[in-house]
Design a protein around this ligand. Structure first.
Ligand code: PYC
Length: 428
């Protein structure tokens, strides 16, 4: 493996002052006609899967294809919140492994991904919400995850800018406090995996759209669908043969699966976010209010990053709307009246592939050689590292690892749902 370059402080300064070009983080290649594994989607999931295939399993004849650019989908559009305070034991174990991998990522990838474990508070504004928080805290603790319910006074100590007055329209009664939660620099995560995977021999192909998945022997029209076998993909740059194709195309997971003749139980819905101008750092934790449909954190640069509930209708739009900003402003100001004069700089949307139980769909499918790592809803970014690790093991060994067994596609026909709606940051 070629080690990514390291720079001393003097080296960085010299490069900055002389305007010398930076070396590329990954190289460009002609498309080969054949790969062992083709991954569709160059976001954190696809890139992490490629990295672990190469690093842990020695499978390096891998192409990661994206119709846009690296990290241009959900990986670049999320609000970069990490946590593992889920509701089901399966979910908690899975996301906690991801947090563990995120914790050591800067050293693993030799890139500062700026993971800040600053704590995560999910506010409760009603007795019913407090009961759910207690339930989550109990299940978390049983899985070894640090979560506890705190009262309004402790919330105020943790986040002084919150209005905890009993006279507010939605008084804060307490919160689920999850100290290991935090935020990270999402672009750095993408670049880190891309650079490390490329250094191990993986090829990254941007602006390479997959227009068809080639399948033989299936039960459906044109020999696709269940019972079939993947033979490759058709792309905007020509056909590629491959025995394994992995669908990591968050936002487009159901349309990519349709190319192989598979229908997934997924509805795609936009989720909007917004960011303010930077101000002096004052918000020491991630704050979520499910009842007010809002969450907020402050980056190390000082911007407030906000999100809210998913849009009310299924769509593939990544534009922001005025309705979102109006709702966001009125809700966040009930929690933090002190930020009324801050200005929003940008808003955008990402696409969330929602499953009926709010858990992902991972592993093999009834089309031999076609794997899915999809259905992430609003949880995708925080699961990137563990998904890559587990999907790589699944592909390389032909066995579904224990950690993701509960998330198989068959659960929807076998009545084994893994209900994680109650762990969503905001109501949907
Ligand atoms: O699940 O923490 C979360 C989350 C935040 C934004 C979207 N999902």
């Amino acid at each position: 493996m070629r080690r990514p370059a390291r720079y001393s402080a003097l080296g960085l300064l010299t490069r900055g002052l002389t305007g010398r070009k930076w070396p590329r983080l990954w190289s460009q290649h002609d498309l080969r006609r054949s790969y062992d594994v083709v991954i569709v989607g160059a976001g954190v999931h696809g890139l992490a899967c490629a990295y672990y295939l190469a690093k842990v399993h020695g499978i390096t004849n891998v192409a990661v294809l994206d119709k846009g650019w690296l990290g241009g989908g959900g990986s670049g559009r999320n609000t970069a919140i990490l946590r593992s305070n889920y509701l089901t034991p399966e979910g908690i174990r899975f996301y906690d492994r991801s947090l563990h991998l995120y914790r050591r990522m800067s050293a693993e990838l030799n890139l500062n991904v700026m993971f800040s474990q600053r704590g995560h508070l999910t506010l409760a504004h009603s007795d019913a919400a407090l009961r759910t928080m207690r339930w989550r805290a109990e299940v978390n603790v049983l899985q070894g995850v640090d979560s506890r319910v705190v009262d309004a006074a402790e919330v105020k100590t943790l986040v002084p800018s919150l209005d905890v007055s009993p006279h507010s329209a939605h008084p804060i009664l307490g919160a689920l406090y999850h100290p290991p939660g935090g935020i990270i620099r999402h672009d750095a995560v993408v670049w880190g995996y891309a650079r490390a995977a490329a250094a191990l021999g993986v090829q990254l192909h941007q602006e390479t759209e997959v227009s068809d998945i080639l399948v033989e022997g299936g039960d459906g029209p044109s020999g696709k669908g269940p019972g079939g076998r993947v033979t490759g993909v058709r792309t905007s740059r020509g056909d590629i043969s491959a025995r394994v194709v992995v669908n990591c195309a968050a936002g487009w997971a159901s349309t990519v699966a349709q190319l192989a003749g598979l229908t997934l139980p997924i509805t795609t819905i936009p989720l909007q976010a917004a960011v303010t101008e930077p101000v002096k750092v004052f918000l020491p934790a991630v704050v979520v209010s499910g009842s007010l449909h809002v969450y907020v954190s402050q980056t190390d640069r000082g911007e407030l990053v906000f999100g809210a509930a998913v849009d009310p209708v299924a769509a593939y739009s990544t534009r922001g709307s005025l309705e979102f900003v109006e709702g966001l402003a009125s809700n966040i100001l009930q929690l933090m009246p002190g930020i009324a004069r801050m200005r929003l700089l940008r808003q955008w949307a990402g696409l969330c592939d929602m499953t009926p139980d709010y858990s992902p769909i991972m592993g093999g499918t009834p089309v031999d050689g076609f794997f899915v790592d999809v259905g992430w809803g609003t949880y995708g970014f925080k699961a990137g590292p563990v998904s890559g690790e587990q999907m790589a093991a699944c592909i390389a060994t032909g066995r579904t690892p224990e950690l993701i067994r509960a998330f198989d596609l068959a659960r929807f026909t076998e009545d084994r749902l893994v209900g994680e709606k109650g762990a969503a940051a905001v109501g949907h």
